[in-house]
Design a protein around this ligand. Structure first.
Ligand code: HEM
Length: 364
């Protein structure tokens, strides 16, 4: 290492500020000859996002690397939770940042909007990397003008996005990790059998309570029993592998049967010491997904306020397209489905003592 160089670093050199602060060039001035005051804010807000996107990719790449291993050290689950929480905090800041942009009024925006065509946030390559790394699949995406979202990128960028998908996204890696969860089944214990019995008992109790209720009319009883029958159907997705596979083939579910069962197990027994950090990990993935969805909704709302029903500079129908992505571009939808499959702790068949010991920190 060149120590002399190390000792003379200056703040602005370390941060590359000369270069960084020379990258704000309002088009209204360069093309139109008169700077629109708010264009500087517009540029800086976008640049700030792109810098944070860079940090998010840095964090996701490290979690991806951890989860690419065949066996994941327990400590690294904690590291992953820590880094994903950071991603979530950055995304939350991203949601807040929209309010800064909204200090620009629609009329202020019109002062320079024409100079931006056909550029659009739709071309944010880093945003696509984040979505792809997390696991948003091509066939899940809403497209417009019959073109794939990659059509705006050059060949090199397209290949990079393809290689991220091919090397396994977070959804793929988490699925594999869940499938390897020990304890779900061993020589003396079957979570599936115990869970299935708990559900059966719970449904029988609920059905009995409806039938014998003194407060419900016969009609109401019938309706409630019918509703109970449909929640029974939902439990079938975990109790019945064929049904699960069918829904997966129809695109309703993403995770394999084994991965889903493990996620239910972890969520139900999350208070057992060994399952705490896997539970935190799954929960943090949901946080990240949810905050990204919040950003999509917030951005769509801001766009409505800013340009009304006008088409976007990138050629989409604008607000309507963005609102649809907020609804459909959810990445870890299967983890939300787990909540449907939970049953109250009081109605769970207790773990056998041997299994409880295995899941605890047990000292001889
Ligand atoms: C005045 C402010 C803004 C307006 C009017 C606006 C408008 C739009 C519109 C209409 C689209 C859909 C594509 C198109 O037709 O162009 C879009 C997409 C997008 N914008 Fe913005 N945007 C604004 C600010 C931002 C900011 C600050 C970011 C931060 C990076 C951003 C990131 C994106 C991204 C990532 C997409 C792609 C979304 C997707 O396809 O799921 N936008 N924007």
């Amino acid at each position: 290492m060149d120590k002399s160089k190390y000792s003379v670093i200056k703040y602005h050199e370390y941060l590359g500020l000369d270069r960084l602060l020379d990258t704000q060039h309002p088009r209204s001035l360069e093309v139109g000859g008169k700077e629109a005051h708010d264009e500087m804010l517009f540029i800086i807000v976008h640049q700030a996002y792109e810098l944070w996107f860079r940090q998010i990719i840095h964090e996701l790449a490290s979690v991806h690397e951890i989860f690419s291993a065949d066996k994941i050290d327990e400590r690294n689950i904690g590291v992953s939770v820590h880094r994903l929480r950071r991603v979530n905090e950055i995304l939350k800041l991203g949601v807040q940042q929209i309010s800064i942009l909204e200090t620009m009024t629609p009329l202020d925006f019109l002062d320079f909007r024409d100079y931006l065509f056909p550029a659009s946030g739709f071309e944010s390559y880093q945003f696509r990397i984040i979505e792809t790394m997390l696991g948003l699949k091509d066939n899940q995406r809403i497209t417009y003008n019959d073109k794939p979202f990659t059509s705006v990128f050059d060949e090199e960028k397209k290949k990079k996005l393809e290689s991220i998908q091919a090397s396994g996204t977070m959804v793929d890696l988490v699925e594999k990790w869940l499938e390897r969860t020990p304890f779900v089944q061993d020589e003396n214990y079957s979570f599936l059998a115990s869970y299935s019995e708990s559900i059966q008992q719970m449904l029988e109790r609920e059905s009995e309570a409806i039938k014998t209720s003194r407060f419900l009319s016969n009609e109401e009883k019938e309706m409630r029993l019918e509703m109970l029958g449909s929640s029974n159907t939902y439990f079938l997705t975990v109790l019945n592998k064929e049904k699960h596979e069918q829904l997966r083939n129809e695109g309703e579910l993403t995770f394999s049967y084994e991965a889903t069962l493990a996620a239910v197990f972890i969520s139900l027994y999350r208070d057992e010491p060994i399952l705490r950090s896997p539970y935190n990990f799954l929960n943090t993935l949901k946080d990240v997904d949810e905050t990204l969805t919040n950003w999509r909704s917030r951005h769509a709302q801001m766009v409505l306020r800013m340009i009304g029903k006008r088409v976007g500079t990138g050629g989409s129908v604008g607000h309507k397209y963005l609102a649809k992505t907020a609804k459909k571009h959810q990445i870890f939808a299967d983890l939300y489905n787990i909540s449907t499959l939970l049953i109250p702790r009081s109605q769970l068949i207790p773990l056998p003592p041997e299994m409880e010991k295995k899941l605890g920190f047990y000292f001889q």
